[in-house]
Design a protein around this ligand. Structure first.
Ligand code: SF4
Length: 148
């Protein structure tokens, strides 16, 4: 899968603020932390607001974090986390996310606010029919990621 494809499908954070989740989501996919998306080659965009939180979580100054652990997105429109040589996210370790407490909004949103062709083939997220609970859970996750 070309990297451009993932960026093209990624619509956060701009899309998030105008998105009416309760109206647009008939099914909410509850993440099972299978890490399939973390292992997929691509990039994890980080927002300006996320940089200080992630840097602090790693015990780094913002400038050091940016210098050592980020790269430009392919279209040079922002910053992304570094990857391992095999393409998976640098912060995937022992089957878990080292950034779980400060996870980027891109990670929180998958697969509900963005996804990629064929994502259901590997992702173990469970579809929930209860729209309201799913919407509330997504809102809670997005709010924690973006504004805490
Ligand atoms: S930051 Fe965490 S959740 Fe996001 S891709 Fe990396 S390991 Fe996965």
């Amino acid at each position: 899968m070309p990297l451009e494809c993932r960026e093209e499908l990624f619509s956060l954070p701009e899309g998030l603020f105008g998105l009416n989740l309760s109206a647009s989501m008939s099914v909410y996919y509850q993440c099972q932390r299978c890490t399939a998306c973390c292992q997929r080659p691509g990039f994890v965009r980080i927002t300006e607001a996320e940089i200080p939180r992630i840097a602090a979580h790693l015990g780094l100054e913002e400038a050091e974090f940016i210098q050592r652990f980020t790269r430009l997105t392919p279209q040079r429109s922002g910053l992304a986390l570094l990857d391992k040589p095999n393409g998976e996210c640098l912060y995937l370790e022992n089957g878990g996310c080292l950034l779980q407490a400060v996870k980027p909004s891109q990670c929180v949103g998958f697969p509900n606010t963005w996804n990629y062709p064929g994502w259901r083939e590997t992702c173990k997220a469970i579809p929930l029919k209860n729209e309201e609970s799913g919407t509330q859970e997504l809102r809670k996750g997005m709010k924690a990621s973006l504004f805490s």
